[in-house]
Design a protein around this ligand. Structure first.
Ligand SMILES: C[S@@+](CC[C@H](N)C(=O)[O-])C[C@H]1O[C@@H](n2cnc3c(N)ncnc32)[C@H](O)[C@@H]1O
Length: 356
């Protein structure tokens, strides 16, 4: 496979994923970018730093997402009126032909802007993932009968630290949270009813990320918005509401590697359920860090007691099938691990499992 074919294939693969995950606009733009890459057009020049990279490396580095994010960032910036005017808006979501024309012109006129954007690692923070974790938080709180002390790993902007301040509408699964909450999450619930009875009182919350997003920095927030697919207006609106709430609540995310953070900071507390949690983060860790974290958490678990219990809650791809996202909960004592649910990577649906 030539360089251009590998790049083009990575763009069509991402186009298929976007189409399957409800973003026809992004799919259309990526398809056109794939054709451009085969021709050796501006897309391949902008992504030249990955020239020679095999398909898997291009996907692992999120190269198609970087390019797509660069186009959205340009539209959001307002710097290019043609791109802005061609961008999808509610009522006109399928604007990919006009958008492609405007974006191809922009890539010729201001390639350096695209090159600068794609040089950064992709960053997302998906608040609807809190709907996948909610049942686990409540199940753990119910089992421990104690208030919570939470620690989030790979938290990005830290928006999911405020999971207990969001309002959830889970259709047949019921509702949970403050009816007047500014962040509203609707998720399709499948399977047995969610364990929504009971409250969870969060006494303190901390989080880390290797590259945290500062919600008080407008450019950092625009970059986060740029990685939301442009025709998914509900995700954009939810992100805006969550960023606003996070700013008001003074959410903090420590810049730290997750292993060092757990080793240096996480401690059990009497009268509190310590909860370590994460979503769509594990796959980015080197195997050595994964093993280190498993060991550090198990060591904490071995010291846990009924008065100072520990929960490890996670929403992550199954190790042997990255396409299947599962929610798992381990509770110490005694260290029992349970699979609670399967879910959509963006939290559009959760399938609770009867055995949970
Ligand atoms: C796909 S994002 C998910 C963010 C958030 N958990 C969510 O679900 O929206 C993965 C996050 O993991 C962070 N990350 C990757 N490796 C890390 C590490 N070793 N320590 C801390 N954070 C890490 C990245 O910076 C990124 O913010």
């Amino acid at each position: 496979m030539t360089d251009q074919e590998a790049l083009s294939q990575s763009l069509t693969t991402q186009a298929r994923i976007c189409a399957a995950m409800g973003s026809p606009f992004s799919a259309g733009l990526l398809e056109r970018a794939a054709e451009d890459a085969v021709r050796g057009g501006p897309v391949s020049r902008i992504l030249a730093q990955w020239s020679g990279a095999p398909l898997m490396a291009l996907l692992k580095d999120g190269v198609p997402l970087r390019w797509l994010g660069a186009t959205h960032d340009l539209a959001l910036s307002g710097e290019d009126p043609e791109v802005r005017a061609a961008w999808p808006v509610p009522g006109r979501p399928n604007a990919d032909e006009a958008a492609w024309k405007a974006v191809s012109a922009a890539m010729e006129v201001r390639p350096e802007r695209f090159v600068a954007f794609v040089g950064h690692e992709p960053q997302t923070n998906e608040t609807r993932r809190s709907a996948c974790l909610l049942g686990g938080f409540l199940a753990a709180a119910g089992a421990a009968g104690l208030p919570l002390r939470t620690w989030e790993l790979g938290a990005s902007a830290g928006l999911n630290q405020l999971w207990d301040r969001y309002r959830y509408d889970l259709g047949p699964g019921g509702v949970w949270g403050d009816a007047g909450a500014s962040v509203r999450i609707d998720t399709e619930w499948r399977g047995p009813p969610a364990p929504l009875h009971g409250a969870a009182e969060v006494m303190a919350r901390s989080a880390c990320d290797r590259a945290p997003v500062d919600v008080t920095d407008p450019l950092a927030v625009r970059r986060l918005r740029a990685y939301v697919w442009a025709d998914q207006f509900d995700r954009l609106a939810r992100l805006d509401a969550a960023v606003d709430l996070a700013r008001k609540a003074g959410v903090q995310v420590e810049a730290a590697d997750a292993l060092a953070f757990v080793q240096d900071h996480v401690a059990l507390e009497e009268g509190r359920l310590t909860v370590i949690y994460h979503s769509i983060f594990w796959q980015y860790l080197p195997a050595q860090t994964q093993r280190g974290l498993e060991q550090a958490i198990a060591e904490l678990g071995a010291r846990a007691s009924a008065k100072a219990p520990l929960a490890w809650l996670r929403m992550e791809p199954k190790p042997d099938n990255l396409a299947e996202i599962e929610v798992r909960l381990t509770l110490w004592p005694p260290g029992e691990d349970r699979r609670l649910a399967r879910c959509d990577p963006h939290g559009r649906w959760v399938e609770w499992e009867a055995s949970a």
